[in-house]
Design a binder for this molecule. Sequence first.
Ligand code: URA
Length: 243
Amino acid sequence: MSDDTTPTVRLNRFLAQSGIASRRGADTLIAEGRVRVDGVVAKPGTQVGPNAVVTVNGVAVEEERHVYLMMNKPEGFVTTLSDEKGRPTVMDLVDVTERVVPVGRLDAATSGLLLLMNDGALANGLAHPTHGVPKTYRVVVRGLPGPTAVRRLERGVELDDGKTQPAVVKVIGTRSGGAELEITIKEGRNRQVRRMCAEVGYPVHELERIAYGPLRLSRLQVGSCRALRPDEVEALREAVAGG
Ligand code: URA
């Protein structure tokens, strides 16, 4: 039983987070009278406290614990859950049993920081453009962009799906035949950094995400994952709330 001070969650959300059904599917189960909370047939809108016993068709449902991971995604892996071309997916590199999913996407050719979690509310908040959570990329481009190209990237570039929002661009140094930049954007459009750089005349040669909101990739080996610390999860929540 819960009292006024214990956090509760709406039953359809609880069932969805437990992997029983989508929220809409859970609404149907509830409407059909197949769900009980503490032995009582649930109604739409029923709230579930931390110690409630929820059953579906008489079988107890366990709430899935939230899992938050950071991966250093290798090149060549897709961030979709399956790939029609048979390419490896980032899910091949995850060894938790909980159903985590990637937050947003990275192109197959892009490496670096990828968050995965089974907390749908936080994942949606992070990926939603209205919260404007910044993402930083280390970008190696062909050619040496001068001040005009850098200013264009910073101010916004006209792409076929509209002008990009202002970006922060740092020129880190030169490479043979190219330059290394750090670009921070708050949007997450498809292939955005590649398209921005190509549009100003400097195609991307290498792309790696090195930061997502308050989190940096630091020394995580390519292809491995680690659990986020509670303070890191909290920092992500704050980044969403502040956006
Ligand atoms: N921008 C891109 O072009 N690709 C990514 O994977 C991420 C951002």
